[in-house]
Design a protein around this ligand. Structure first.
Ligand code: CTP
Ligand code: MG
Length: 172
């Protein structure tokens, strides 16, 4: 089977969880420790905290480990690679999320303001980080295309919901 939606969603779930959890568990010290870049603007800004980063990575890994336990080696070639893969997806997500903020700050886009990278950079980095460990079928153009479209749609939907329930100030 080259294109299985359920499998793809399970594969990417650690990244989605890593991306969502900081909204709930973030806070405390800023990832950039409040420091500015050489353009006089914050490196990442108030929206990226150390606790958010770590909670995202840990939560994504936990989900990946549960998936590995129940569905060993359908996404990665072994249980060991599944767990490493969950780490790669989660860490890649938080890295890509911070990288997106870095670019936004350089473009003088304020934290919380919507930007195309909000949806795309975390997924791109998650996939790049996980690629060396994943099974080839996950990297067929149709699978990648599906994941980007799904992520874009879900991100907008869940952020609108988070806003409705008062978890986020803005609906994106
Ligand atoms: N968050 C966090 N630490 C992270 C990532 C996110 O604490 N590493 C929390 C912050 O409270 C943040 C919220 O999750 O405001 C939403 O995340 P996101 O939309 O990525 O940040 P923005 O506030 O929109 O900031 P930016 O423009 O930098 O993306
Ligand atoms: Mg945002």
């Amino acid at each position: 089977m080259t294109f299985d939606i359920i499998q793809l969603i399970l594969f990417i779930l650690p990244a989605y969880v890593a991306n969502a959890v900081p909204v709930l568990l973030g806070g405390g010290a800023y990832l950039d420790l409040g420091k500015n870049w050489n353009d006089g603007v914050r490196i990442f800004g108030d929206g990226k905290t150390i606790r958010g980063f770590i909670s995202g990575v840990v939560a994504g890994m936990l989900v990946g480990i549960v998936i590995a336990f129940y569905l060993p080696s359908i996404f990665f070639s072994s249980m060991r690679n599944q767990i490493l893969g969950a780490f790669a997806l989660s860490f890649g997500t938080m890295f890509g999320d911070a990288a997106g903020s870095f670019v936004k700050r350089r473009l003088k886009i304020e934290p919380g303001k919507q930007f195309i990278l909000d949806q795309l950079s975390f997924l791109a980095f998650a996939l790049v980080f996980a690629a060396p460990l994943s099974l080839p079928y996950l990297f067929e153009p149709l699978s990648i295309g599906f994941l980007f479209v799904l992520t874009y749609v879900l991100h907008i939907g869940t952020n609108a919901l988070a806003n409705k329930f008062g978890l986020k100030k803005v609906p994106w």
